[in-house]
Design a binder for this molecule. Sequence first.
Ligand SMILES: *Cc1c(COP(=O)(O)O)cnc(C)c1O
Length: 453
Amino acid sequence: MHKDLKLFIELAEILLEEEANNTVAKPIDTDKLYQTLDLQLNDAPALDEEFKSTLLQIVKNTPKTASTSFFNQLFGGRIGKATLGDLLAVMLNNSMYTYKVAGPQVGIEKVILNKICDIIGYGNESDGTFAPGGSMSNYMAMLMARDKYNSTIRNEGVTNKMVAYTSEASHYSIAKNASFIGIGRNQVRRIKTNAFGQMLAEDLEHQIKLDIKKGYQPFFVNATAGTTVLGAFDNTKTISNVCKTYDLWLHLDGAYCGSVIFSKKYKHLVEGIEHTDSFSVNAHKMLSTPLSCSIIVVKNKTYLHQSLTNDAEYLYQTNDDDFNLGKTSLQCGRRNDALKLWTLWKSVGNKGLEHIVNHQFKLADIARDYINNHSDYKLYSFDDSISVCFNYKNIPANILCTKLYQSAKLMVGYGNFNDTEFVRMVTINSVLKEEDIIAFFKTIESFVEAEKL
Ligand SMILES: *Cc1c(COP(=O)(O)O)cnc(C)c1O
């Protein structure tokens, strides 16, 4: 093991150097991948030197998500204290289902969950768990809602039309999850949004009434804190009033930007969050922990137990169930995703998390200012969002982004809203500085000039 750890540190040092000097890995065409890198598995073991040099090649050629040129996805960057926690979790290798097997790691997970429930005003009956990602957090929310409103389904299966509501700008996992839980994709209503990409409460209410009239059973509304393209925040307060009127479960999908709860300055974007039934947040997005670190909390823990508990005598042999987290998780064996968030949180405090969140909004302000002050750009996104959407010199966004990637200049993606396609730059890497944002635009400008796009 000592030898492997030494190799690990050597490779990690090289990665850090590469990230600094060579911020985008030159992509390998898929049809050349197996010729370029020795990925095949053989009968004979690899020699030490060969093993090491292959690993080195793989490290160098893997997309660098922590560099100053990565703006492609809703995660990015690296905070040392969080990575440290995840590395330790790998070494400790516990499974989070029982206190007997995970010990203090259970306490760590519970402290995080309690703290988040506290911050959002969920009260004493609340609890939560760590899910394998934001999509699965949403899945658990929908599952709990299904079982709350129709307690026979767990044994009998679905026999009536149950309807879920989510905005047309929400994450695709909602439709996928509707098929997983057995209500079917066709029972998901895609609610219209306003010009800012926020769900329209009037259209929501209109659709609910139509479904009731048809004899269907509305049961679940998903609101989003940070939509995938524009980074818009649905109005939780207004939507919660509709949910109250019709007695529906309200979930707030905060996978992308739910971390605003840690910021005094930006938590108003989820005003009314205390009126939701469940809330999910990905710490691997705005809080920059390594993937995955997704949390779901529920105001009334009865539903978490109702939908997820299964007795298993071979597993739960000691301690009270409050410390046997397998009683409320989706998986059986479960990786420790809590420690990386705890090491980060412990080391920087609430104040540090607040700073991480605020800084991302500040970087987005800088990007929007740059766009607004340069007439070759057109801005499509709005204030209070860390997604900055724009076009440059009317160059089709998909062409610009693809060429930047192929030339190893920048990693940035594109999206569309209201039939307009644009570049979507995400200022989620809280390690970046103002000059990195300016450099992003300068890179685009010199690239377009050189390539005569
Ligand atoms: C990223 C995201 C998800 C999915 O999270 P994963 O961890 O990738 O499964 C769900 N909803 C929203 C709004 C997201 O941005």
